[in-house]
Ligand binder design. Structure first.
Ligand code: CP3
Length: 357
């Protein structure tokens, strides 16, 4: 299924001038919102992901409440293992669960060798097109994908894990099969991201959420080359069509890799809170824009304190080449008012800083 977005004439260009630093939050559509919980009640998670209307509604909910400067399409990174033929369920209180994870290299034969991305994931493309229309050009719409290593680790672990020992066992014991799986995933991800752009996504974020468990040596072998390949192939393909789309890489807990990530064809490097803004700037040398990185738990602080923390973060990053965000997603027990206070603080402090320049 090909889904193509055609911008209406009246839609403004997404790269409009903003008088403040742009801000959005990972998991801005989530259980911390009462309207999200009400809408999701009694519905299966992945069935919700498969309904373009539901995804559109959930994507728009946080925009109705807060002054976010971007929307991220409601979906999940685990739709790719599903497209490869794996069963994935979202179990309440437990999280994502694969009843039959990959155990040994022979299990790779269970995966669909040539995925028809349009057929298997066309519902995400439809959700993006519908949502892009509904946003009416007010803010850009971000599409996303999980990165190969993060998806591989879920497919082998069968769910969340502290040690990721089953997946890391493959890296030590089955390096060839690991590269095979990562390559398979990369091919699907590239097509999936290109499909999202054709459907109307105006920026793309690649989530390497399990980067931290790798360490620098394995990161350089099993994550970075694939992250690079994804950005290069997506960018090259778009360039041929005279297009470009900003790409963000978020490799959680991979602070050792920020220099490399800043030279990996991405336009923006997303940062978790374990790295100091100023040192991230120094280490990336102004080559890329940065995104992040307030500790999500700072949202438990009183509003005035949130404002002070935001001010310091803005001073560390500066207002140019910077997108404010949290260092990871909003948690379900967070007070929506504090999320609003975070957004307001970014706008207010950055406006003042920009005026002084
Ligand atoms: O608002 C947004 O950020 C857009 C939607 C989005 C979701 N998942 C919706 C979701 C995005 C970008 C993701 C990405 C995702 N999914 C990642 C990468 C980001 C990260 O957190 O590091 C990962 C690792 C997943 C896998 C996944 N899906 C997990 C670990 C969970 C949480 C399970 C739990 O019970 O806490 C999910 C479920 C999920 N995905 C929820 C949401 C809003 C919560 C469950 C629900 O709505 O019922």
């Amino acid at each position: 299924m090909t889904v193509t977005y055609c911008a209406p004439k009246e839609e403004s260009h997404p790269c409009v001038y903003l008088p403040h630093v742009p801000v959005w939050c990972m998991r801005q559509a989530g259980r911390y919102l009462t309207e999200f919980r009400e809408f999701r009640a009694g519905k299966d998670f992945f069935e919700t992901c498969q309904s373009p209307e539901a995804c559109c509604e959930l994507t728009l909910q946080p925009l109705r409440r807060f002054g976010f400067d971007a929307a991220i399409i409601f979906s999940d990174i685990l739709v790719i293992p599903q497209a490869l033929g794996m069963d994935v369920q979202m179990v309440a209180g437990k999280g994502p669960t694969f009843p039959e994870p990959l155990k040994e290299p022979e299990d790779l034969q269970r995966l669909t060798a040539k995925v028809d991305v349009g057929k298997e994931l066309g519902y995400v493309f439809k959700a993006i097109t519908l949502t892009r229309h509904k946003i009416e050009g007010k803010v850009p719409l971000i599409g996303f994908s999980g990165a190969p290593w993060t998806l591989m680790s879920y497919m082998i672990e069968g769910g969340g894990s502290n040690t990721h020992s089953k997946a890391k066992r493959w890296l030590y014991r089955h390096p060839e099969a690991s590269h095979m799986l990562l390559t398979m995933l990369t091919d699907v991800i590239v097509e999936y991201l290109l499909g999202q752009v054709a459907a109307g996504a105006q920026a793309l974020q690649v989530f390497e959420s399990h980067a931290g468990i790798l360490g620098p040596v394995h990161f350089n072998e099993y994550s970075l080359p694939y992250l690079r390949d994804i950005a290069r192939r997506v960018k090259d393909e778009l360039k041929e069509a005279g297009q470009d789309v900003p790409m963000i890489v978020f490799a959680k807990d991979a602070h050792y890799a920020v220099e490399d990530l800043s030279q990996s064809h991405y336009d923006v490097v997303g940062l978790d809170w374990t790295i100091d803004p100023q040192s991230a700037r120094e280490r990336t040398g102004g080559k890329v824009s940065l995104q992040g990185n307030m500790d999500p738990c700072a949202l438990y602080a009183p509003k005035e304190r949130i404002s002070d923390i935001v001010k310091k973060m803005l001073e560390g990053f500066g207002t140019r080449g910077y997108i404010a965000n949290l260092g990871h997603g909003v948690y379900p027990d967070m007070d929506p008012e504090n999320v609003g206070a975070f957004v307001e603080a970014v706008h207010q402090h950055s406006k003042q800083m920009i005026k002084k320049i």
